[in-house]
Design a protein around this ligand. Structure first.
Ligand SMILES: *Cc1c(COP(=O)(O)O)cnc(C)c1O
Length: 238
């Protein structure tokens, strides 16, 4: 059976091939390992294989893992909250995570900024954009992105790093790539609207099944779960 280290290597090779095909430098694409539903041991295994950045969807599960890894003596990891964010969970996120990629409204951003502890660096933030406009989905509408970003930039304890999107699967690779290209255009327009701040460098898109199309369209961060850790089993989760 393939180990987590084997899977990580295979994903790194996929990223390298996709970058080569797009004429891009592989150092321009960060791999975020999405460890939701997997235990601290799986994270420790990936960390031992050189993985540093981890993504979690469920706040309490993520915090428990962050604490467990620290107690196990695994240091230097970077934790990203990538799941839907309710106002009553912002304090835990502000206190424990390094990044939040799922901010889609100002109220949540304000709470995160207010609650970020003074002894920690600013919380790194991506705004989640509902790029394909699916009515029931999380994310700010594309037309609302620039005003939200302008308000977030003004918050003292947040640092706006870019946008994140989770487009619905498309019937084929070309259609998938077209949706990602739309997100890339939104990202470029946002950077222009804010005057090209150098830290606004993150276009987070692409997962296990579509990272090649996302990289072709300009993704700078792919979020990969099942291709690294295996199939997820959801046990009675809401
Ligand atoms: C679960 C999840 C991923 C990873 O999905 P895989 O298909 O397992 O790679 C990436 N991003 C978000 C926001 C997720 O919730």
């Amino acid at each position: 059976m393939a180990t987590i280290a084997d899977n990580l290597q295979a994903v790194r090779e996929r990223i390298a091939r996709a970058c080569a095909a797009a004429g891009r430098d592989p150092s321009g694409v960060t791999l975020l390992a999405v460890s939701k539903t997997f235990g601290p041991q799986a994270v420790a295994e990936a960390a031992a294989a050189g993985q540093r950045a981890f993504g979690e969807n469920y706040v309490q599960e993520g915090v428990d893992k962050i604490v467990a890894l620290r107690h196990a003596g695994v240091h230097g990891l970077q934790w990203h909250c990538i799941g839907p964010l309710q106002s009553n969970k912002t304090r835990l996120v502000a206190e424990h995570f390094d990044w939040v990629q799922s901010v889609d409204r100002l109220k949540v951003a304000q709470r995160l900024s207010d609650q970020r502890p003074a002894d920690r660096p600013p919380l790194q933030v991506c705004l989640q954009v509902n790029v394909d406009g699916a009515p029931t989905k999380a994310g700010v509408a594309p037309q609302q992105l620039v005003p939200l970003a302008q308000a977030v930039v003004a918050l003292p304890r947040l640092r706006l790093r870019g946008i994140m999107c989770i487009p619905d699967p498309q019937p084929d690779a070309a259609a998938m790539r077209a949706v990602f290209a739309q997100a890339a255009r939104l990202f470029d327009a946002l950077r222009a609207a804010l005057g090209h701040p150098p830290e606004l460098d993150t276009l987070s898109m692409g997962m296990s099944d579509d990272l090649e199309q996302a990289i072709a369209a300009g993704s700078t961060m792919v979020r990969v779960g099942s291709a690294i850790f295996g199939r997820r089993v959801y046990a009675g989760r809401g």
